[in-house]
Design a binder for this molecule. Sequence first.
Ligand SMILES: Nc1ncnc2c1ncn2[C@@H]1O[C@H](COP(=O)(O)OP(=O)(O)OP(=O)(O)O)[C@@H](O)[C@H]1O
Ligand SMILES: [Mg+2]
Length: 339
Amino acid sequence: MPGTVKRARVKFAGREVEFVDRVTAIGQVEELAEKGTWRPLVMYGPKGCGKTALLMQARAILEDRGYHVVYVNPLAREVGEMLQYSSALRRAVKEAFKLFPEPYARIVDVAINIAGEAMRRLGRPRLAILMDDIFQAVGVDKAEIYVKALLNLIEYPPADYDKVVVLVASSEGVTRERVGRHRWAAMRIMWNMPRDGFAQLYNILPGPKPPPEEAWRWTGGNPEVLEGLFRAGWNMDVVVDGIVGERGVAALAKRWGNVLGRVVGDPDHLWDWYPDTEPLIRGLVQANLIVEVWDRKPHLWIDVPPPERDVELGIGRHYAWQTPLHREAVRRALSEVRG
Ligand SMILES: Nc1ncnc2c1ncn2[C@@H]1O[C@H](COP(=O)(O)OP(=O)(O)OP(=O)(O)O)[C@@H](O)[C@H]1O
Ligand SMILES: [Mg+2]
């Protein structure tokens, strides 16, 4: 029963909080724990939608079901957060570390080795490998190789195992294009928080704060954007400027002027004017501004998909702005180009 699941502790806005909502995702992880994964499950979605938090929750569920868990995040801010593992894996970690002169520089390879070691040492273990944001670290061009390595671990393990679960999280927009063209992984999209869950996060934040509807309209349910707004004293300009600065938005605005202006109004114009818009779509996906959403079939999603269309939040049937503030960043870049 999802209701009885132990909730992980995660960090949010400078405090430690209980993982909220995501009941559907929790059920999905429980099912994976039951069956194991027969190929790596790659979940990707908007930056800051809650992938890392979900992996933390997955760890709690999997350990509860008797799994030994190794989690790796090469982009973690602190070394201590780069590699996390269940206590029974300590020996395997030690052995794997011996193989690499600079383990933290090759932490993804180290984690794969830990998994292999654990299979050899632990006698038909249940093993979970949680890979967070690894593609940016190993290079997006190597994403496929690493997914294949993980598939090999499942299909040709160095020793017998009971069950294996492999989850990979990525905010890299090109993940689907690169990894999705092989049958080596199952691809799932994760979206921002649904409204109820988002309200729970919003409630954690101390006031003064804007009304909840306003927070929803700015963030579209994205917890990281909510956190960013909170830290910026709810000054939307600070967050928007951060987005404009980061991602080559100005160059896209200059090149695509009017077309992009229409896409700000409705992201589905990307599809209406396809294939002329193909290079624009690629640019927007690579810059992590939009996501191709397409089908809303539940089995293609982690947790619940966004609504079919929500013009106010910038969600179309085929394409969606990652959040309303991403769209706002593009709108501003356009108005600067136009002068
Ligand atoms: N369900 C949740 N309950 C509590 N906190 C959450 C939840 N989802 C996300 N958060 C918090 O919101 C913030 C952003 O989420 P998180 O870092 O997990 O997103 P992400 O998708 O991994 O982002 P990135 O793409 O940058 O890696 C974090 O502080 C995280 O702990
Ligand atoms: Mg993350």
